[in-house]
Design a protein around this ligand. Structure first.
Ligand SMILES: Nc1ncnc2c1ncn2[C@@H]1O[C@H](COP(=O)(O)OP(=O)(O)OP(=O)(O)O)[C@@H](O)[C@H]1O
Ligand code: SF4
Ligand SMILES: [Mg+2]
Length: 366
């Protein structure tokens, strides 16, 4: 029997904005997330991938409780933590923490790192100053920083060191689930690799579960146990990372992966092969949202939204023309850019070496 997921989303939708604009015109709300269902098992790394603006950060903020879901349910250890005002939602979800891509943004430039980290502990009820000091020193060591760093200020750290500080700050709060939103963006390749290795180490050491949001498919391929592909607020494909990268089924996934650098070192185009721009969240039509850009779409695809359905064990796809996993070749012929990788190309997602050429960042949207 599958154990209870640590975190589960059931049919979660999120609307943003919606207000009176100039001349009393109504600005309609944006449906940034639509009917998303996901599960995270304790200790796993689930990656969320998709073009800019597809709703990844909104989903992360909603899981955290910073953004209220407009429909659906969020369960932590099987208990509902949804439908609460933001203060109560944050309290109920304090074991979930968010690592922002701009590490410096969460730090006060006028406070030493030690003071910032200790303040977090004080807010969380650690009254004894000696205990706070000891825990800060231990955590700085755990993330690979010299404990003397506690006396330094944010502007005295490099980008990679700031990511470590941000992780230390969050880990002091003893989270169980981390939402990592583009945690390596803006770092050069070797620093990316050390940060990713640190994340793997910390996951084991502190028994963490990760929701990893990234544009960098080569990193996602290596790091993830499972991957969910998001398009215009919906999950269009989700499955085990190895299977999804070896045999992607949704036309959107296939074109995304075709543009990604390969772990095997084989060259990819390096640019997005998805035609055009996604439609607006506000003007989405009733049929498949990918229709206008799909190389294999048929008129029938415009009639209704394809549901996310299993095509193999733990592998779901939202496409009327998706073939069962392993048989997707029957529709590959029209997706001329699709990549079909032999499973031997897939490197086990264990450790990331800075020597590998595969950590180059690609921006999916051109
Ligand atoms: N406060 C807001 N009001 C209205 N629309 C918003 C608001 N915040 C975000 N959006 C819209 O919601 C959609 C999803 O945004 P979100 O930031 O979640 O995307 P993302 O996938 O994280 O993108 P990126 O990869 O660029 O970070 C976008 O169309 C965005 O313009
Ligand atoms: S449902 Fe139709 S339009 Fe949508 S992805 Fe599948 S084939 Fe393309
Ligand atoms: Mg984002």
């Amino acid at each position: 029997m599958t154990p209870e997921p640590i975190l589960a989303l059931r049919d979660v939708s999120v609307q943003l904005g919606g207000r009176k604009g100039l001349l009393r015109r109504t600005v309609p709300p944006v449906r940034a997330v639509s009917g998303v269902s996901l599960e995270l098992q304790e200790g796993e790394i689930l990656s969320l991938v998709g073009e800019s603006g597809c709703g990844k950060t909104t989903l992360g903020r909603t899981i955290l409780g910073l953004q209220r879901e407009s429909a659906g349910e969020i369960l932590l250890d099987g208990a509902s933590v949804g439908g609460l005002p933001s203060d109560a939602a944050r309290r109920a979800r304090r074991t979930i923490q968010y690592v922002h891509q701009d590490a410096a943004a969460a730090l006060d430039a006028w406070w030493s790192i030690g003071r910032t980290l200790a303040e977090g502990l004080l807010i969380h009820g650690v009254r004894d100053a000696g205990e706070r000091r000891d825990r800060v020193v231990a955590m700085l060591s755990a993330v690979g920083l010299d404990p003397a760093s506690a006396r330094r200020y944010p502007q005295e750290f490099s980008g990679g060191q700031l990511r470590r500080v941000a992780l230390a700050r969050i880990l002091l709060l003893q989270p169980r689930v981390l939402i990592l939103d583009e945690p390596t963006s803006g770092l050069d390749m070797s620093v990316q690799a050390t940060v990713l290795n640190l994340l793997l180490d910390l996951r084991e050491r502190f028994s963490l579960t990760y929701l990893f949001i990234s544009h960098d498919l080569s990193v996602v391929e290596r790091l993830s146990d499972r991957v969910a592909i998001m398009y215009l607020g919906r999950i269009v494909e989700a499955g085990p990372a190895k299977e999804l990268f070896a045999d992607p089924s949704h036309p959107y996934t296939r074109t995304l992966l075709a543009a990604a650098p390969r772990l095997s070192g084989r060259r990819a185009s390096g640019q997005s092969l998805v035609r055009g721009d996604p439609p607006s969240h506000a003007t989405a039509l009733p049929g498949c949202a990918f229709f206008d850009r799909c190389p294999i779409g048929e008129p029938a695809c415009q009639a209704s939204m394809p549901p996310l359905e299993p095509i193999a064990s733990a592998h779901d796809v939202a496409c009327f023309r998706a073939a069962p996993s392993g048989a997707a070749a029957s529709v590959h012929h029209r997706a001329t850019t699709a990549r079909s990788a032999a499973s031997s190309d897939i490197v086990s997602p264990l450790r990331i070496s800075s020597a590998k050429p595969s950590l180059g960042t690609i921006t999916v949207r051109q």
